[in-house]
Design a protein around this ligand. Structure first.
Ligand code: FES
Length: 117
């Protein structure tokens, strides 16, 4: 059964950077993406790194002419241990469909962010 935990004030969150809290014996990270909260378990599905300590950066893609492009509209979270990049929107990897960030359910009460774990 999940329990509701207070994470903090919504206006304390920043785009491009995770805030990390210990809630219910779990490490949880929250950030903003396009003004909306993104809340994930601070645990990389590859090998358990504290993934919220990784860097949020623009995703990259190569076009048909092998030109590299950056896409800041669709950021990724780069794991601090092995550099795998997970979509901040879908939680997935572009090369492996079975591993995902563990998004957590949250709710806003006024300007306060609560997380269900
Ligand atoms: S532990 Fe995250 S990519 Fe390996």
């Amino acid at each position: 059964m999940k329990t509701r935990h207070y994470f903090g004030a919504l206006d304390a969150l920043q785009e491009g950077q995770f805030s990390i809290r210990e809630l219910g014996n779990r490490s949880v990270g929250a950030t903003l993406h396009q003004g909306k909260p993104v809340v994930v378990l601070n645990f990389c599905p590859h090998a358990g790194a504290p993934i919220c300590r990784g860097k949020i950066t623009a995703s990259q893609y190569t076009d048909a002419a092998y030109q590299l492009h950056l896409d800041a509209e669709h950021p990724v979270l780069r794991c601090p241990w092995h550099g795998w990049e997970f979509s901040l929107e879908s939680g997935g990897l572009h090369f492996e469909s079975r591993l995902h960030l563990a998004f957590l359910e949250y709710e806003l009460d006024g300007t306060d962010l609560y997380v269900w774990i």
